[in-house]
Design a protein around this ligand. Structure first.
Ligand code: AMP
Length: 189
C-alpha cells in the first residue's frame, strides 16, 4: 500500500523552501493546522496520481470534519471509499512522553525514542543524523494536543457512525501496539 503522510509532505515542502513550504511553515511552527483549502488540494492531487499499489494508508489526514467530508466526496467521484479508520487510544500523559522523546533521522525519517540521557547517536538504518522536530518541543506539543481534542477528536464519532472505526489500545510498546493494529485491520482479533 502507498503511505501518504500529510505531515511528511509539508515537512518536505518546508525543507525545499518552495511556495507550498513557505505557505505552511508558520502554521506548523505554531502547532496549528494548515488551512483546509491547502491541505485538501494537496491530498486530492496526490490521490489522483496513478498508482500500481493496492491501496492507500492516509497518515495525519483527515484532521477535522471538513477534511473528512471532502475526502469522502473526492473518493466517491472515483467510485471508492474509506474502508477503515484506526483509532489508537493513548492517554494524554503518554502522548506527551512519546512526543517529547521522539527523534527522527534527517535522511530516512525513521523515528527513535531518546530520553535525553547520554548521546542520541545516529540512525541504525542509514547512519544519518538524528534530530528532534521543532513542533515536538513542550509548548508546541501542548498546542497540538489542544488542536487535536478540539478539531480532530470529533472524527471518532464521524467514523464510528459510519461503521468504519477500528479501536486499538495504544498503550504498551511498539511491537504490542503494531500486533493489535495488524490483527484488527486484517479482521483477526
Ligand atoms: P504530523 O506530522 O501529522 O504531526 O503533522 C505536522 C504538522 O503538519 C501539523 O501540526 C500541522 O501543522 C500540519 N498538518 C499535517 N497534516 C495536516 C492536516 N491534515 N491538516 C492540517 N494540517 C496538517
Amino acid at each position: 500500500m502507498a503511505h501518504i503522510s500529510t505531515g511528511d509532505l509539508f515537512r518536505q515542502a518546508v525543507e525545499r523552501g518552495d511556495l507550498l513550504g513557505r505557505k505552511v511553515k508558520a502554521y506548523m511552527g505554531k502547532g496549528a493546522l494548515v488551512p483546509d483549502e491547502i491541505t485538501i488540494q494537496m491530498v486530492i492531487d496526490r490521490l489522483a496520481q496513478p498508482s500500481k499499489q493496492k491501496g492507500i494508508i492516509l497518515d495525519g489526514f483527515p484532521r477535522n470534519v471538513a477534511q473528512a467530508e471532502s475526502l469522502d466526496r473526492a473518493l466517491k467521484t472515483w467510485g471508492k471509499a474509506v474502508s477503515k479508520v484506526v483509532y489508537i487510544r493513548v492517554s494524554r500523559s503518554e502522548l506527551v512522553r512519546r512526543l517529547s522523546s521522539r527523534w527522527l533521522c534527517r535522511q530516512c525519517q525513521v523515528p527513535y525514542t531518546w530520553d535525553g540521557v547520554g548521546d542520541a547517536g545516529t540512525c541504525r538504518e542509514c547512519g544519518g543524523e538524528l534530530y528532534q522536530r521543532a513542533d515536538d518541543f513542550p509548548e508546541t506539543v501542548k498546542k497540538r494536543l489542544e488542536v487535536y481534542f478540539r478539531d480532530t477528536a470529533p472524527l471518532i464519532d464521524y467514523y464510528r457512525q459510519r461503521n468504519k472505526l477500528v479501536e486499538i489500545d495504544g498503550e504498551g510498546d511498539v511491537k504490542k501496539v503494531t500486533g493489535r493494529i495488524v490483527s484488527a485491520v486484517s479482521g483477526r482479533t
